[in-house]
Ligand binder design. Structure first.
Ligand SMILES: *Cc1c(COP(=O)(O)O)cnc(C)c1O
Length: 464
């Protein structure tokens, strides 16, 4: 695979586009929405071109790995429709997620039911919709599947231990490699149809080489399966890829290890279909959240600081900002791991005059643990001003509650025309559209209707 893609003029242009054009377009959209809406709700700007770019980059780097987007990461219906129109497949974990992707236009054969523990009613629903590809990691689940959906095509999920990750998953799911033979024997005795192996190296995996190791472990299970009379033809690499802007380096490394592993254990022509389940990768950088300072209070807080090489305690002046969003909204458990940046929405001129101060950002509800950030250094902000957070597409919206009566933030969609690349070696964006089926085309046109067209020349973020 082309390791030197980064030097390719198309890539260089695309990356530049991602950082400059994109942030300009997102900024424009935020201004537009702030000016139009005039309300105090937080909102997202979703740059759909970012998702298209991620999808295409995946296909370029991993042409032999079909992406099944992990719906739990962000199930925004517009996003799902865009993905259907691109030809994405889906990893669903519940009846609700299956319904969401089916109503976005996906086909049952585009779905893997990738939750190792399924309720009877969800299983019956999957059977009724012909969604027959699903994972398992223990014998009790096999007994359940045998009773409810014996024709299902099953994928054994194995555990990849000791991989450092933002959110390790091996403690919850996966059969230990040494138990896989026993489990497969049990499946054989039940007469079930096991077709492949899946794993997940952990969300925000911190060790790219884990993919090569995991592919090697999967090979061992393939070999065992063969001796038991199974004929495996599916390998599922799971998720774990980073998705924040500027993390392509890490993604590229993971791709290299995946190619290494596949070349060694599943060489081309071996007849095995390889899929992946990216969540974060596809959506993290596409969403920017715009929040507002609703209130401000000055406090003096005891803080441990370093002075002349030793630690001492000192009272420091701190501004508390009371925001219109919080941990029960977009800033859910673990949000800080996904690579957000704080972007005060002030013109450069105003920004340059603001002192940098300590602040604490409180969330919108009355709960005392609803604190977004305990301590950060920011230009001093005033009530009514806006603060944006980028890289907020993964595990934000899908975890939002309406606790205390605060509604989920609405989303404004953009597709900057500049983001459609004109000349490069990859199929142009227009070609995607040309190859769409009627149903997919319909989904795509609907998306176009929702795209925000900014006609405002105002370069100030007005206070609402
Ligand atoms: C959550 C999940 C994913 C997506 O993980 P990311 O780290 O967001 O890529 C993929 N597969 C399964 C089974 C998951 O549970």
């Amino acid at each position: 695979m082309s390791a030197d893609l980064r030097d390719h003029p198309w890539y260089v242009r695309a990356e530049k586009r991602m950082s400059e054009v994109k942030s300009q377009a997102v900024n424009d959209a935020m201004k537009c929405f702030i000016n139009k809406a005039g309300n105090d709700l937080p909102f997202y700007v979703a740059d759909l071109s970012d998702v298209v770019f991620k999808y295409r980059y995946w296909r370029y780097k991993l042409p032999n790995v079909e992406p099944f987007y992990a719906v739990k990461c962000n199930s925004d219906p517009m996003l799902l429709r865009l993905m259907v129109s691109l030809g994405m497949h889906f990893d669903c974990a519940s009846k609700g997620e299956i319904q969401a992707v089916l109503s976005a236009g996906a086909q049952p054969s585009d779905i893997i039911y990738a939750h190792p523990f399924k309720s009877n009613s969800f299983l019956r629903y999957a059977a009724s919709e012909n969604i027959d590809l699903m994972t398992f990691d223990c014998d009790q689940e096999l007994v359940k599947i045998k009773r409810v959906f014996p024709q299902a095509r099953l994928v054994i999920r194995i555990q990849i231990p000791d991989v450092p990750a933002g959110f390790p998953l091996s403690n919850k799911f996966g059969c230990e490699l040494k138990h896989s033979e026993q489990l497969l024997q049990f499946a054989k005795r039940l007469g079930l149809n096991v077709v492949g192996v899946s794993f997940h190296v952990g969300s925000l995996c911190e060790q790219p080489s884990a993919f090569a190791k995991a592919i090697g472990m999967a090979r061992e299970v393939f070999n065992t399966a063969k001796t038991l009379g199974f004929n495996f033809d599916l390998l599922d690499l799971g998720g774990g890829f980073p998705g924040a802007s500027g993390t392509f380096d890490v993604f590229d490394k993971m791709c290299d290890y995946i190619h290494q592993g596949l070349e060694k254990h599943f060489p081309e022509g071996c007849g095995v279909r390889v899929i992946g389940e990216p969540g974060c990768y596809m959506v993290c950088s596409a969403y920017t959240l715009c929040t507002k300072v609703l209130g401000k209070k000055t406090i003096y807080e005891e803080n441990d600081i370093e002075q002349n090489g030793s630690m001492c305690s000192k009272k420091i002046k701190k501004y508390c900002y009371y925001m219109n969003d919080g941990v029960y909204g977009s800033f859910a458990y673990g949000f800080e791991k996904y690579g957000f940046h704080i972007l005060p929405l002030l013109t450069p001129k105003i920004l340059s005059k603001r002192p940098i101060v300590h602040c604490k950002m409180w969330g919108a509800t009355c709960c005392s643990s609803d604190c977004i950030l305990e301590d950060c250094l920011l230009p001093e902000m005033e009530v009514g001003e806006y603060i944006a957070f980028d890289n907020m597409g993964a595990y934000t919206q899908s975890l939002t509650t309406t606790f205390n009566g605060f509604p989920a933030p609405p989303t404004q969609y953009i597709f900057p025309p500049q983001a459609k690349p004109k000349e490069h070696t990859l199929p142009p964006f227009e070609e995607f559209c040309r190859n769409l089926g009627p149903k997919q085309m319909k989904a795509f046109i609907k998306i176009q209707d929702y795209i925000c067209h900014d006609d405002s020349n105002d370069d100030l973020f007005r206070k609402g």
